[in-house]
Design a protein around this ligand. Structure first.
Ligand SMILES: Cc1ncc(COP(=O)(O)O)c(C=O)c1O
Length: 399
């Protein structure tokens, strides 16, 4: 596994926002930006070359999540996959007398690309309920069960791993109680989990699953949706009938090839790669907790993505930490970086019951294959200095 770019002395600890594209992936993509330019729908050698490349990529994506290739539809990314899963499975119903009481369920810690489609459906008259999470960010099974028993539920959408605090949900248990107690479809946003923890759609028993390429060392602007039964979805984009009419539009061939390449590499050594990162991450967390006073880790220590460290440093502002760390050449984040730079308190941390002081002083550090122990040490030192300095200004005790 080779990383494409060396950015001098800069340290990148924001791999949940996006990852560098692997050199091997770029090499696989380049021919599809050059000689292989045929439209995959064309009935000649140029078209056959690109459509073959798409089908090969589809097999790699499918293999990584234990599905069959014909259950994979390529999209422009995780956001589109989530919108297609949610709006595509519900909008065809419309609001009529038969489904007036229909309830749609999600959790209070989802990514905006899940929350906003639900808000749109709510505006159309659907009854949307958000299940609570505990202090570690784990969905409350009893609350879900209670709604399933009481209401006529059509769709449940709960993420596999959270983008801010890295908490992993018990999806197998959630699908079990959903399918035992309703006819609802179960959708899962697996964008952050893909390639980091093993995913098997058959074992998880999900109906729909969303994926994205740029979180797993592939290019941006491409993703996919797994559909157990594609007939349950209505397309959001109509047109030439590509992707078996579920997602029209000439395919992003080099993006799809890159996504496939990234999935192939992720499948090859899933556990081995991440155990190294997990060790670095655990060291980072332990050292921060022991060297910086009055701070804590957010989310679960055990049910957590291997690359996520998320802290609260009361008495400082997360945005100020980011600015200071950037001056040290370190890229970090306060949380959901893929949304625009809106400075509103994190809905995830709020739902987990953190105080405003804890939310304001939050910092997410997400590691990747490019990171080293030397970088971890530099981040710890820079963070120690940063918090000391910011607390000196704010008057918050630092001992
Ligand atoms: C959990 C989660 N879902 C969906 C998305 C959106 O994916 P994309 O950037 O491919 O649209 C993200 C992006 O950060 C994410 O973290």
């Amino acid at each position: 596994m080779t990383l494409a770019m060396n950015q001098g002395d800069l340290i990148y600890f924001d791999n949940a926002a996006s990852t560098p594209v692997l050199s091997e992936v770029i090499q696989e993509m380049v021919p599809y930006l050059g000689n292989h330019y045929g439209n995959p729908s064309s009935q000649h050698t140029f078209g056959f070359n690109t459509s073959r490349a798409i089908e090969k990529a589809r097999r790699y994506v499918a293999y990584l999540i234990g599905s069959s290739p014909d259950e994979i539809t390529f999209t422009s990314g995780g956001t589109e996959a989530n919108n297609l899963a949610i709006k595509g499975s519900i909008s065809r119903l419309g609001i009529n007398n038969d489904n007036k009481g229909t309830v749609l369920i999600s959790s209070s810690i989802e990514h905006d690309s899940v929350l906003q489609p639900f808000n749109s459906l709510k505006a159309q008259g659907f009854n949307v309920k958000f299940v609570e999470v505990n202090r570690e960010g784990i969905v409350n099974l009893e609350s879900l069960l209670e709604i399933l028993k009481k209401d006529k539920v059509m769709l449940v959408s709960i993420m596999l791993a959270n983008n801010e605090v890295g908490t992993i949900q018990p999806i197998k248990e959630l699908t079990k109680i959903t399918h035992e107690n309703s006819n609802a479809l179960f959708h899962c946003d697996a964008v952050q989990a893909l390639g980091k923890i093993p995913i098997d759609v058959k074992h998880l028993d999900v109906d729909l699953l969303s994926l994205s390429s740029h979180k797993i060392y592939g290019p941006k602007g491409v993703g996919a949706i797994y559909t157990r039964d594609r007939d349950q979805l209505t397309p959001l984009i109509d047109g030439g009938g590509q992707e078996k009419s579920l997602r029209s539009g000439t395919e992003n061939v080099y993006g799809i090839v890159g996504f496939g390449g990234a999935c192939k590499i992720a499948s090859a050594n899933l556990n081995e790669n991440w155990s190294k990162i997990k060790k670095l991450r655990d060291y980072l967390i332990d050292r921060v907790l022991s060297t910086i006073p009055r701070c804590h880790v957010n989310g679960s220590r055990s049910q957590r993505l291997p690359n996520n460290a998320h802290f609260s440093f009361p008495g400082v502002k997360g945005e100020d930490i980011i600015v200071k760390l950037n001056e040290y050449g370190i890229a970090a984040s306060t949380g959901a970086a893929c949304s625009s730079n809106k400075a509103k308190p994190s809905h995830v941390l709020k739902a987990m019951g953190l105080s405003l002081l804890e939310i304001e002083g939050s910092l997410r550090l997400t590691l990747g294959h490019q990171n080293t122990m030397y970088e971890v040490e530099r981040v710890i030192l820079a963070l120690e200095e940063t918090i000391k300095e910011l607390r000196r200004h704010s008057g918050f005790p630092n001992n």
